[in-house]
Design a protein. Sequence first.
Length: 284
Amino acid sequence: MIVAGLSAESSDNFHTSQSGYLLQSQPALPRIAMNNHPKTAFVTGASSGFGRAIAQRLLNEGWRLIISARRRERLEALAAAFPERCHVACFDIRDSAAIDSALAELPENFANIDLLVNNAGLALGTATAPQADLVQWRQMIDTNITGLITLTHALLPRLVTSRGLIINISSTAARYPYPGGNVYGGSKAFVSQFSLGLRSDLHGTGVRVTSIEPGMAETEFTLVRTGGNQAASDALYAGVTPIRAEDIAEQVAWIANLPAHLNINRIETMPVNQSLAGFQVHRE
């Protein structure tokens, strides 16, 4: 199609749609790179579930990755396909000395962190508070809260230098209580509020902070929570199309690719099968 008033050079920026309309082509979005080198992300809990899907997605998009979890063999299996761009840091997020050692041992080309995805976390037990196991409560606090803030604090100087991004994986349990949610919900409420606090404290640094709060998702989450009870996991998801790990990886990738002047404060996502219920009422 020839359009009056367009030079040959400018007409290269236009194309004709199937409907016959003249459309202007949009410039290609910049690749994830800094000075022609991949950006670096640190993803915790990368051996399964959300963490593994997030790591896989970012690696596929060209990021350089540090992946951490306790199960080394799973991390190494993921890293094997990307030997030049994936560094395994195997440690328990509850072990502050192990965190310090892992950061001290980072190769030079992985030392500058542009994105931290705090995904490591767990729920243990389904009992209500009077019957709950205090050991499990403490493990959830140590993992979901103490481990998260320890690693975040250690990486803040690097993230400030890179004007980077922090994505904290919280949960709808942070806002909507349910019987048996007790400490798990409380720990995720901390993660959501801590995210807002970080945004306030990092004002003016260029560092962005997002809290992602998924609802019902089918990963190893329920198996861990119930001590490996596959029947309980199957019953929970029966007849439901839950969130998939890849859905959360999609959200992380979208946030990470946004222009640096935009901050997504919070994303709350539920599967269509899940919605809010009414208040409980006890009758005498």
